[in-house]
Design a protein around this ligand. Structure first.
Ligand code: BTN
Length: 266
């Protein structure tokens, strides 16, 4: 099967705009997971910036062992291999910054939509998920040898399975014209190329202001695991932790995996 022609302009657009990620680009009809492709290739020396896009995944995955399901040919399923120095404590920041890059690409494609980053790794429109990020690091001894940044974006899908119908959305549901997948990919890679090395080297500082401006959780009621304490989300600090104000006005700081929203949708 040939790959959809709307993806073919990607290499030329990347060259034209001088984007440092996105090549060599492999576009597949099917794979288990684009993150698997990138991880396999990393082991045999694939270069920084190598990128895989697939029209479908048989074992697409998200964080915490969840599945990532996407109908064939409708969306963006992408993984990029990054070989940048990153101290292990900064790894959680990369999900946030990749989410921000995905958010900015989607906001450009759907300028009327209120596109936000939902800490720690989702992108939402009106509280419904439009994109998710899965960062996987490969270690040599105790240092990070390579990083795989996996991004799934719902682009053309208009109807979702019943179980997630209230939780998911797509770019197409917020645009008059059919969104351009190549433009979304190129904008995403541009954001990643600019911000990933900055954040890996300096922490969240260079993007913090942009991130807090599009924080989806601020003011929302959340619950911490495993204590079950309720509070109101009160921003993201410079270390990438979610601030939660409890009923007594005390602020706790949480790292990813310790917090969930009280109601599924925002
Ligand atoms: O929301 C999440 O928990 C993260 C979802 C990440 C999905 C993308 S799709 C491309 C890449 N390949 C995968 O198997 N997962 C990521």
């Amino acid at each position: 099967m040939t790959v959809a022609s709307d993806l073919l302009p990607i290499p030329a657009l990347l060259r034209q705009r001088g984007i440092a990620l996105g090549g060599p680009l492999t576009v597949l009809e099917e794979t288990t997971s684009t993150n698997d492709e990138a991880k396999r290739a990393a082991k045999v020396g694939a270069p920084h910036g190598a990128t895989w896009i697939s029209e479908s995944q048989t074992a697409g995955r998200g964080r915490q062992g969840r599945q990532w399901i996407s109908p064939r040919g409708e969306n963006v399923l992408l993984s990029v291999l990054a070989r940048i120095p990153c101290p292990p404590p900064r790894l959680p920041l990369l999900s946030l910054v990749a989410g921000l890059a995905s958010r900015d690409a989607i906001a450009r494609a759907a300028p009327e939509a209120d596109v936000r980053v939902k800490w720690p790794n989702d992108v939402v429109i009106d509280g419904r998920k439009v994109s998710g990020v899965l960062v996987e690091a490969q270690f040599a001894a105790s240092h990070v040898e390579s990083l795989v940044i996996g991004v799934g974006m719902n682009v053309h899908t208009r109807v979702f399975p019943e179980a997630i119908a209230n939780l998911a959305t797509s770019v197409a549901l917020h645009t008059a014209a059919l969104p351009d997948r190549a433009a979304l990919v190129v904008d995403l890679l541009e954001g990643l190329a600019r911000d990933l090395p900055l954040v890996a080297a300096h922490g969240l500082g260079p993007v913090h202001e942009r991130l807090v401006a599009v924080d989806a959780l601020r003011g929302r009621r959340v619950c911490s695991d495993p204590s079950g304490t309720f509070g109101i989300a009160d921003g993201i600090d410079i270390e990438g932790r979610l601030l939660v104000r409890d009923e007594h006005g005390n602020v706790q700081r949480y790292v990813a995996g310790e917090i969930h929203l009280v109601s599924g949708i925002l």
